[in-house]
Design a protein around this ligand. Structure first.
Ligand code: N01
Length: 545
C-alpha cells in the first residue's frame, strides 16, 4: 500500500499509538502494514505494558498460552514455543519482546516517552500529544492502547509515606525482583494478584500477614509445564484451536478463569440438589464443586447456598476454623472477575501465615514499623500492596485529553459516567480510537482475543477513511447512548449489578468513579458481528467527513 503522505496535512504521523503492550504492538504492526506513518509512544523503557510492570511473585496468566497470544501471524505461532500451559509473567514478557523484534517494531517505538496530554485541533483534524518531558508529537489519528489494567490504584491509607521498611506495589514491581527471605511481610489485597502472590511470598517470608478486606472466591488450577511433545502437538493444531477460540463467547475455548462459570451453566441446580449431592460435589471437586451449579449465576438464593457450601469446602482445607470462616466471602459468587489459584487455601495451614480479616477491624494507618488496625498492630519489614487498578478508563482519564470544542475526557466521564461507542470511540473526540474502552467485551473475556478484533476493525476503518478521502471520524452522541443502553440491558437483573460487589468491573473500587458496569457481556462473536455490520453499513453511528 502506498504511504499516506500528505493525508495528515502538517502532522508528522498518520497514526500515533500510545502504549507498547499487547494492544499497542499489534496496532503499530497493523497500521504499518497499511503503509501509514506511525509510531508508538511508551512511558517505560521496554515493551510489555501490564506484563512489564506486574512482575510480582507468582504473576501468571489465567488463560492458556495458546489462546493468550496473537493469532494474526502463523509465522509467530510457529516460531514461538510456549513452555507452560498457563504462562508466567516472564514468559509473556519474553514473548512480547520476541514479537517486537520479529515484526521489527522497535525502530518505531519511542521509549521513555510519557504522554501527559492529548489535544485535538479541529481546523486541521489532528491530535497533538505532549509528553511529561515537554516534547510534542502530532498525528491525524491516535490509537490509545493504554491498557485496561494499567493504572495502579494506590490506596489512600493514612501514614503510608511514613513506613520505614520496603513498600512494594504489585503493579509497579521492582524490575530486579525482591527477596522476602527473613522478612515479616504484609500483603494488602485479595484479588487475583494477592491470591496469586500469597502462596509464593509465604514460601520465602519469615512471616506473612495477609490483609483481607473482602474474601475471594478462587478456584484452584495448578500451573504446569507442557509435557515433552505436548506443545508441538498443539502448535500443529493452531488453525483448529483458533477457530474454536474465534467462536467462543469469551475468546478462549480451553482452560481459563472463566471456564468454570461456563461449565456451571451446564450443571444441575443447587436448589434441588440433596444434601448428599452437595457434599459429594465438594468431596469430588473441592471448592469448585461448591460453586459449579446451574442456577448460581441467575438466582441469588442459589448463589447464597453455593457460598455456604463453599465455606464448608474451605473448612475441609484450612485447619484453623476461625481462619476458614474468615475466608468465606460475603458478596455473591461471580459478580467479580473470577480468580484461579495455586495452593491459596493450603497456604493458611502454614505456621508462618496469618490472615488479618479486616471485616473484624479495619486498617487505621500505616506506621513507620507496620500496619495499625482496629484489631491490633502488626510489625512488618515489607508491605506489598496488591490493591488493584483504576480499570478500563483510568489510563485515559488520568491524561489531559481535550477533544472537539475543548471537551475534557476526564470531566465527561466523571459527570456522565464512562461512556463510549463500542468501546472504540468517545463522542466529542474525533480520530481517537480506544482499544477496549468502556462497553467492549474486554473485562469479561480473553483480552488478547478482544484486542485483536479491535485492532483489525480500526485498521479496516483507517483503510476505508483513506480510500474515501475522509479526514475525520467521530462517534455520534446518539449511537453512543444507544450502545451504552444496549450494554446495560445485557447485565440488567444479573449478579454483576449486585450492590455488595465493589469491583473494577463497575468502577466501585475507585473513590469518586461513577458506578457503571464497564464491560459488554454479549460475547465476542456477537460483538464482532455488530462491529462488522456497523462498518458494512458505512460506519453507522459515526460521523465521517
Ligand atoms: O486487583 P483487584 P487485582 N485496604 O481490584 C483490596 C487481572 N489479573 O490486581 O475487594 C485493604 O481485583 C481489594 O479489596 P476489596 C484480573 O483481571 C489477572 O488483584 O475492594 N484492601 C481487593 O481485595 C483481575 O481481576 C491475573 O474489598 C484494599 C484487592 O485490594 C485484575 O487484574 C493476575 C484496599 C484488589 O483486587 C485486578 O486484580 C492478576 C485498602 N485500602 C491480575 N484497597 C491473572 O491472569 C484495595 N484493597 C491470573
Amino acid at each position: 500500500m502506498p504511504a499516506a503522505t500528505g493525508s495528515s496535512g502538517t502532522a508528522e504521523h498518520d497514526v500515533i499509538v500510545v502504549g507498547a503492550g499487547f494492544s499497542g504492538l499489534y496496532a503499530l504492526h497493523k497500521v504499518r502494514e497499511l503503509g501509514l506513518r506511525a509510531c508508538i509512544l511508551e512511558r517505560a523503557d521496554a515493551v510489555g505494558g501490564t506484563w512489564l510492570y506486574n512482575r510480582y511473585p507468582g504473576a501468571r496468566c489465567d488463560i492458556e498460552s495458546v489462546e493468550y497470544s496473537y493469532s494474526f501471524s502463523d509465522e509467530i505461532q510457529q516460531e514461538w514455543t510456549w513452555t507452560e500451559v498457563l504462562p508466567g509473567q516472564a514468559e509473556i514478557e519474553a514473548y512480547l519482546n520476541f514479537v517486537t523484534d520479529r515484526l521489527d517494531l522497535r525502530r518505531d517505538i519511542h521509549f521513555h516517552t510519557d504522554v501527559a496530554a492529548m489535544t485535538f485541533d479541529e481546523p486541521t483534524s489532528t491530535w497533538q500529544l505532549d509528553t511529561a518531558a515537554g516534547e510534542s508529537f502530532t498525528a491525524r489519528f491516535v490509537i490509545a492502547a493504554t491498557g485496561i489494567l494499567s493504572t495502579p490504584l494506590v490506596p489512600d491509607i493514612a501514614g503510608m509515606g511514613s513506613f520505614a521498611g520496603d513498600a512494594l506495589f504489585s503493579s509497579r514491581y521492582p524490575r530486579e525482583g525482591y527477596d522476602f527471605t527473613g522478612k515479616r511481610v504484609a500483603v494488602i489485597g485479595t484479588g487475583s494478584t494477592g491470591v496469586q502472590a500469597t502462596p509464593v511470598v509465604a514460601e520465602q517470608a519469615e512471616h506473612l500477614y495477609l490483609f483481607q478486606r473482602s474474601a475471594a472466591y478462587t478456584m484452584p488450577a495448578s500451573p504446569r509445564a507442557y509435557e515433552p511433545g505436548e506443545f508441538e502437538g498443539l502448535q500443529a493444531r493452531y488453525p483448529e484451536i483458533r477457530a474454536a477460540q474465534h467462536s467462543s463467547f469469551i475468546g478462549a475455548a480451553r482452560l481459563n478463569a472463566f471456564s468454570a462459570l461456563l461449565q456451571a451453566m451446564e450443571r444441575p441446580p443447587i436448589k434441588t440438589a440433596t444434601r448428599e449431592e452437595q457434599l459429594a460435589a465438594i468431596e469430588e471437586r473441592g471448592v469448585n464443586g461448591a460453586l459449579l451449579w446451574g442456577d448460581v449465576l441467575f438466582d441469588m438464593e442459589a448463589n447464597r447456598m453455593a457460598t455456604v457450601l463453599y465455606g464448608e469446602a474451605i473448612a475441609r482445607i484450612v485447619e484453623d476454623p476461625v481462619t476458614a470462616a474468615s475466608l468465606v466471602p460475603d458478596h455473591p459468587f461471580a459478580c467479580k472477575r473470577p480468580i484461579i489459584d495455586d495452593g491459596y487455601y493450603e497456604t493458611f495451614n502454614r505456621p508462618n501465615v496469618t490472615l488479618v480479616d479486616l471485616r473484624k477491624g479495619a486498617i487505621r494507618s500505616v506506621t513507620p514499623t507496620g500496619i495499625d488496625t482496629e484489631q491490633g498492630a502488626y510489625e512488618v519489614d515489607t508491605i506489598l500492596y496488591a490493591t488493584g487498578f483504576d480499570a478500563i478508563t483510568g489510563a485515559l482519564s488520568r491524561l489531559r485529553v481535550i477533544g472537539r470544542d475543548g471537551i475534557d475526557l476526564h470531566e465527561t466521564w466523571t459527570a456522565g459516567g464512562p461512556a463510549s461507542y463500542l468501546g472504540i470511540q468517545v463522542a466529542g473526540f474525533p480520530n481517537l480510537f480506544t482499544i477496549q474502552g468502556p462497553g467492549s467485551p474486554s473485562a469479561s473475556s480473553n483480552f488478547v482475543a478482544a484486542l485483536e478484533q479491535h485492532v483489525e476493525w480500526i485498521g479496516d476503518c483507517l483503510a476505508h477513511l483513506r480510500a474515501q478521502g475522509y479526514r475525520s471520524i467521530e462517534a455520534t452522541e446518539s449511537a453512543q447512548m444507544e450502545w451504552a443502553d444496549h450494554a446495560a440491558s445485557l447485565v440488567q437483573g444479573s449478579i454483576l449489578l449486585e450492590p455488595s460487589c465493589n469491583s473494577w468491573y463497575n468502577g466501585a473500587n475507585v473513590p469518586g468513579k461513577k458506578r457503571v458496569y464497564l464491560g459488554y457481556t454479549g460475547g465476542i462473536p456477537e460483538y464482532r458481528r455488530r462491529c462488522t455490520e456497523i462498518a458494512a453499513d458505512g460506519y453507522a453511528g459515526f460521523k465521517v467527513c
